[in-house]
Design a protein. Structure first.
Length: 251
C-alpha cells in the first residue's frame, strides 16, 4: 500500500530525513517512535505533501501510484489521512459544511455525484457515535474553542467520514486523558477493516495497547534504525532510547 524508498527531505535547506525505508501493507498498523526532533512529524508532513518540506531524493508509492507527484488534495482523495499533532482551527466554517465539502471533493475526484443531504446527515449520525462526539460540535466552527480531547475526537470523526486507506496519527494521544484516549483508540479500532492501514506516531505504550501494532519502528537522526514487534514499544517505555542509540553507533 505504502512503499517509502530511501527518502531524503529537508526544511529550510537542512536535511531532516536521511534515507527512510518503510513498507506498510494493507491491514497493517505500524508504530513510529523516537525522541523529540527525530523527524517523525517531518515524515508525516512529507507524506501529505506539506509544501514547506522539500524532498531531495527517494520515492514514495501509494497504491501503486507516485505519491510525491500528487498535490496534497489528490493524496487525500487517494485515501491518505493525517491527524495532526496540533489540529488546526477553521473559524467561520462549520464542521458539517467542512466535512460535506471534503467528502464531495473526494467523490468528484473519483467521478461520483455529490452526496445527498439526507445520506450525508445519516452518515454523520452513524460515524459520530463511533467516537462519541457530541452532536452540538457538528454545527460549530471546525475545532474553534474545542478542548484538546474534543479536537482529537473530532479528528477521528473526520477520519471516520473520509474512510481513508492509510491514516497517519501524529501524536493523536498527546494531551488526552485516559477516557478520551480509550474513546479515540476504540473508535479507531471500530473503523478498521482488513484493508485499512495506519502509521501511528506516539511516545506512549498506552495507545499501542489498544491499537496493537504489527510493527514498531524507531526513528533516530532521520533514519529508521530499529524495527520490531509490539515488545519493542514496551522495551522503549521501560528503558528509553539510549540503548538503541548505543546499538546504532556501535554498527
Ligand atoms: P519529531 O516530530 O520527531 O519531534 P520533527 O519532524 O517535528 O520531529 O522535527 C525534526 C527536526 O526538524 C527538528 O530538528 C526540528 O527543529 C526541525 N524542523 C521541523 N519543522 C521545522 C520548520 N518548520 N522549520 C525549521 N526546522 C524545522
Ligand atoms: Mg515533536
Ligand atoms: Mg512531531
Amino acid at each position: 500500500m505504502l512503499e517509502i524508498k530511501d527518502l531524503h527531505a529537508s526544511i529550510n535547506g537542512k536535511e531532516i530525513l536521511k534515507g527512510i525505508n518503510l513498507t506498510v501493507n494493507p491491514g497493517e498498523i505500524h508504530a513510529l517512535m523516537g525522541q523529540n526532533g527525530a523527524g517523525k512529524s517531518t515524515l508525516s508532513n512529507v507524506l501529505v505533501g506539506n509544501p514547506a518540506y522539500e524532498v531531495t531524493s527517494g520515492s514514495v508509492t501509494f497504491n501503486g501510484k507516485d505519491l510525491l507527484a500528487m498535490k496534497p488534495e489528490e493524496r487525500a482523495h487517494e485515501g491518505l489521512f493525517l491527524s495532526f499533532q496540533q489540529p488546526v482551527e477553521i473559524p467561520g466554517v462549520s464542521m458539517v459544511n467542512f466535512m460535506r465539502a471534503a467528502i464531495n471533493a473526494k467523490r468528484k475526484y473519483h467521478g461520483m455525484e455529490p452526496m445527498s443531504a439526507g445520506d450525508f446527515l445519516k452518515m454523520m449520525r452513524e460515524k459520530r457515535k463511533v467516537v462519541e462526539l457530541d452532536s452540538k460540535l457538528a454545527n460549530r466552527s471546525v475545532n474553534e474553542g474545542f478542548s484538546g480531547g474534543e479536537k482529537k475526537r473530532n479528528e477521528i470523526f473526520q477520519m471516520a467520514m473520509l474512510e481513508p486507506k492509510l491514516s497517519i496519527l501524529d501524536e493523536t494521544d498527546s494531551g488526552l486523558d485516559v477516557d478520551a484516549l480509550r474513546i479515540v483508540a476504540e473508535g479507531f479500532n471500530k473503523l478498521r477493516t482488513p484493508e485499512t492501514s495506519a502509521l501511528v506516531i506516539t511516545h506512549y505504550q498506552r495507545l499501542l495497547d489498544y491499537l496493537k501494532p504489527d510493527v514498531v519502528h524507531v526513528l533516530l537522526g532521520g533514519r529508521i534504525v530499529k524495527s520490531g514487534g509490539p515488545e519493542l514499544a514496551v522495551e522503549i517505555e521501560n528503558k528509553g532510547f539510549d540503548w538503541i542509540k548505543a546499538e546504532t553507533s556501535a554498527v
